[in-house]
Design a protein around this ligand. Structure first.
Ligand code: GCU
Length: 338
C-alpha cells in the first residue's frame, strides 16, 4: 500500500515547501518524518525540536512532523531524505547501516557494557562527528541522536534464559546485517522486517519473538501479543536525526547553528521524557497487559557474540569505528582511575 501511495505523498510534501511570514519575509518549512505514534516519547522530542527551531529562528524556519510511518518505512524515509523529498528524518542507527557501515557498530551486540558507557561514548564529538559527516557524499548528515533504550528479547510465551533457548526461535530484527548476524550467533533464526509490520507478524505467528525497548510493548501494543520479556540487554541502538545535506548547506551559518542547537537541546529534553516513559511502560505492560519481565544471566549471551566482535575489529570497513568507540571507552576509564 505504502509503495503505491509514496509518489502522491512526495508530491504533497514538495508542494508544501515555501510560505510567507506575517512580516512578508520567506518562511522555510522543513518536512520531518519518523515511524512512531503520536504518544511515543520520540514524537514529543521531535515536536520540541521543531518548536525550538521556530522560536530560535523567529518563525522563519518551521518544522512539520509526519509521524507514524506516514511517509514510509525507515529505509524509505532515508531514501527520501537523500533525494530531498523529505528534509529531515528520525531513524534507528540500525536502519542506517545499509547506507554507511560506520552505523553498523551500534547494532553490534554488547559493544557498550552499560547505558552509562553508551552515553559517555555519544558525548564524544570525535565519535559523533565522524559518523554524522560520513554520509555527506550520499546526500545526508546526522544532526543528533536520541536515546532509544536498551533492547531486550520478547516472545509470545517461551522464556529465553540461555542462548540454547533461542534454537528454532524466529526473531524479528531490524533490517540490519549486524542484527541478523547477532541472532544467528545466539542460535535463533533472524527475520528482518520493517517495524510497522511487527505487531501483525507476531499475532499471525510469522515470527515467535522480537526485540526492542519496553516502550514497544505499550506504545506499539506488542505487549498485547508478547507476554515474556527477557532482559538480555543485547543492544543499545540510538535513534539518529538525519538531514538532507544540500538543504542544510543552503542555510546561513546562523541558521545552521540554530538547527544544530535545537537538535542538541531536543536530545537533552528526550532524556527526561524517555526515562519517564520506560517506567510507565513497564508498569502498564506488567499490570494491565500481563507481561512477565524476566532477568537473565547475560554472560553466555555475551560470550556467544564474541566472534562477531572479532570480525568487526578486523574488518576494513568497521575497524576504525570499532577502535574509535573502544578508544573513547578506554580514555573515559583512564580518566576515572586518575
Ligand atoms: C526502536 C527505534 C525505531 C525502530 C524500532 C525497530 O523503537 O526507536 O526507530 O524502528 O526500534 O525495531 O525497528
Amino acid at each position: 500500500m505504502r509503495k503505491r501511495m509514496l509518489p502522491l505523498i512526495i508530491l504533497v510534501i514538495i508542494l508544501a515547501g515555501c510560505q510567507s511570514s506575517a512580516d512578508g519575509g520567506d518562511v522555510t518549512e522543513l518536512r520531518l518524518a519518523h515511524n512512531q505514534p503520536l504518544d511515543h516519547p520520540i514524537h514529543l522530542s521531535l515536536m520540541e525540536f521543531g518548536r525550538l527551531v521556530e522560536e530560535k529562528s523567529h518563525h522563519k524556519i518551521k518544522v512539520k512532523v509526519f509521524a507514524n510511518g506516514q511517509l514510509g518505512s525507515e529505509r524509505e524515509v532515508i531514501e527520501l531524505t537523500q533525494t530531498g523529498a523529505v528534509d529531515i528524518s528520525k531513524v534507528s542507527a540500525s536502519a542506517l547501516e545499509g547506507f554507511e557501515s560506520d552505523y553498523s557498530i551500534f547494532s553490534l551486540p554488547y559493544v557498550f557494557e552499560s547505558y552509562q558507557e553508551f552515553q559517555e561514548t555519544m558525548s564524544k564529538k570525535e565519535v559523533t562527528d565522524k559518523v554524522y559527516k560520513q554520509t555527506e557524499d550520499i546526500g545526508f548528515v546526522g544532526l543528533t541522536y536520541y536515546n532509544a533504550g536498551v533492547r531486550n528479547i520478547y516472545t509470545k510465551e517461551k522464556e529465553v534464559k540461555t542462548p540454547a533457548d533461542m534454537a528454532g526461535l524466529k526473531v524479528r530484527v531490524q533490517p540490519s546485517q549486524t542484527s541478523v548476524k547477532m541472532i544467528e550467533a545466539l542460535g535463533g533464526t533472524p527475520t528482518p522486517m520493517a517495524y510497522g509490520e511487527v505487531y501483525t507478524a507476531l499475532q499471525a505467528g510469522v515470527i515467535d519473538a522480537a526485540e526492542n525497548n519496553e516502550s514497544a510493548l505499550v506504545t506499539n501494543n506488542h505487549g498485547e501479543v508478547a507476554k515474556s520479556y527477557m532482559y538480555t540487554e543485547h543492544q543499545i541502538v540510538p535513534d539518529i536525526l538525519i538531514m538532507n545535506a544540500e538543504k542544510l548547506k543552503k542555510f546561513t551559518e546562523d541558521e545552521k547553528a540554530i538547527i544544530y542547537e535545537a537538535a542538541a537541546e531536543s536530545t537533552r529534553y528526550h532524556e527526561d521524557v524517555w526515562n519517564k516513559t520506560i517506567e510507565e511502560a513497564k508498569d502498564i505492560a506488567k499490570n494491565e497487559m500481563g507481561v512477565h519481565f524476566i532477568d537473565v544471566d547475560k554472560e553466555p549471551f555475551i560470550e556467544a557474540v564474541q566472534p562477531l566482535h572479532k570480525e568487526y575489529m578486523e574488518n576494513e570497513k568497521t575497524k576504525d569505528i570499532y577502535q574509535l568507540i573502544k578508544g573513547a571507552k578506554e580514555n573515559e576509564q583512564g580518566k576515572k582511575s586518575d
